[in-house]
Write a protein that binds this ligand. Structure first.
Ligand SMILES: [Mg+2]
Length: 214
């Protein structure tokens, strides 16, 4: 059970825009690289500056991998390689709610995932969306990432109530992989999609990313 998820869903009642992404793609292979290109804003005909995205937090299940598997979905291999080249070493961090958590005793799955992807997998005690402090601690402990504030981080994932909500709670950018690797017709997925289209129709917008030092 994801206690962090259940508790944090209550936050949506007071601040529903926390579940809205800054950019939406259908599947992982549509991810713009560099990711800052996903967040270009337009003021009328004038384009404003792209944000300075220095590191990426990547969800696993139904984002770049079939749920419960620990390997890159073959059709996304070249996009995954491009992402690693653009965000080398600790600039790319996998944060899953299965591998690397209490659901993965001894972190055997996390080790397998690291071998298969050559990307670091965060070991975290609290599940998404509650582990933003652990994520920022990781980036700050690796000065080569250049991350000094949460608004320099983008979170990519298929769940609005975990991945995207965590991005907004951190003060980062959220990219929603709406359709994922395999179709998800589960209740949670339908509730998420219903909520986001309801909010967008009513003119809600995602929160503006900000420095977590403020
Ligand atoms: Mg996922």
């Amino acid at each position: 059970m994801n206690i962090s998820g259940t508790f944090n869903i209550l936050r949506l009642l007071t601040n529903p825009s926390l579940c809205l992404p800054h950019h939406t793609i259908s599947t992982f292979d549509q991810l713009p690289i560099p990711l800052s290109h996903a967040f270009t804003k337009r003021n009328g005909s004038e384009k404003t500056k792209n944000p300075d995205i220095r590191a990426i937090v990547l969800d696993k299940d139904n984002c770049f991998s079939i749920p419960k598997q620990n390997e890159i979905y073959p059709a996304y291999a070249s996009k995954f390689d491009d992402l690693k080249k653009a965000y080398p070493g600790p600039k790319l961090l996998i944060v899953s709610n299965s591998s690397g958590t209490s659901s993965d005793p001894s972190h055997i799955e996390a080790e397998l995932l690291e071998r298969n992807t050559d990307v670091h997998v965060l070991r975290h005690a609290t599940k998404k969306p509650g582990c933003h402090a652990e994520i920022m601690e990781f980036f700050r402990s690796r000065p080569e990432t250049g991350v000094t504030e949460a608004s320099q981080v983008a979170v990519v994932g298929d769940r609005l109530f975990t991945d995207v909500m965590m991005a907004n709670m951190m003060g980062s950018y959220g990219v929603w992989v709406k359709d994922g690797v395999v179709p998800d017709h589960g209740l949670l997925s339908r509730v998420e999609k219903g909520c986001s289209s309801f909010l967008l129709r009513r003119g809600y917008v995602p929160p503006e990313p900000r420095s977590d030092f403020e």
